[in-house]
Ligand binder design. Structure first.
Ligand code: HPA
Length: 242
């Protein structure tokens, strides 16, 4: 069964599913109650990363409880929806991108399931699942969405946005997207053996990358139309067996 971790621009559809009462697990409570719903003719579970309504800041999210909850509910693969800033011209505002790499700039987050009793090191060379990525990209192309098929997601600590110098450094590092929630989420999914891919919606140019002045209303408009595209893409991907 597919699990979706939904981000800031929560799809209205996800508010309709049936709430699942989950007890707090070994890692505490998830950000919000997951919901069970049908999409593209398939059952899936959606977990709101920031709670519902949105109230948990990126550095305060209980990423371990979120991943643990999904695994406990029988989820076998995860698609993470994230909103991001665009660092390079190919990540223009409004574009959907399926990133292929991550750089982690976060600190102080509970980032691993590895405890003292059993030390192990997960292979994370390719942080995203190739099959899930290919399915998301194929679904986008099937419904006529101009999707970015690669991207390096730089995960910052937040909740503040970055300085221009920080974004310049991230660009030199090779980042093309910047967000605040991809890590430790992706790493934890890997530790749990859950194939994980990300579908990112670019909602603003990263700091110092804007041509036009900052416009919050424009961001909300982009979010609304981008989430509609994301929904069409996911419906198609699920109908095609995601
Ligand atoms: N920086 C970090 N996270 C973000 C941004 C950004 O510019 N936009 C959306 N999430």
């Amino acid at each position: 069964m597919l699990g979706i971790i939904s981000g800031s621009g929560v799809l209205p559809l996800f508010a309709e599913g049936q709430l699942i009462a989950v007890p707090d697990g070994r890692y505490g409570a998830p950000s919000g109650l997951p919901r069970r719903l049908r999409m593209g003719g398939r059952d899936l579970v959606v977990l709101p990363r920031h709670g519902y309504p949105h109230h948990v800041a990126p550095h305060r999210i209980n990423y371990r409880a979120n991943i643990d909850t999904l695994a406990t509910l029988g989820v076998t693969r995860v698609v993470a929806l994230t909103t991001v800033g665009g660092i390079v011209p190919a990540t223009w505002t409004g574009r959907l991108v399926v990133p292929d790499q991550i750089i982690d700039y976060t600190w102080g987050r509970a980032h691993t399931f590895v405890e003292e009793e059993a030390v192990s090191h997960a292979d994370f060379a390719e942080p995203f699942d190739a099959d899930l990525r290919a399915r998301l990209i194929a679904a986008a192309q099937a419904v006529g969405i101009d999707i970015g098929t690669e991207g390096v997601y730089g995960c910052t600590q937040g909740p503040r946005f970055e300085t221009v110098a920080e974004i310049d450094r991230m660009a030199r590092d090779g980042c093309t997207l910047v967000g605040m929630t991809g890590m430790p989420e992706a790493g934890l999914a890997r530790e749990r053996g859950l194939p994980y891919a990300m579908l990112s919606l670019v909602v603003n140019p990263a700091a110092g990358r804007a041509v036009d002045p900052f416009d919050l209303d424009a961001i909300y408009r982009v979010m609304a139309s981008g989430m509609e595209s994301a929904q069409a893409l996911l419906q198609q991907a699920l109908a095609a067996g995601l």
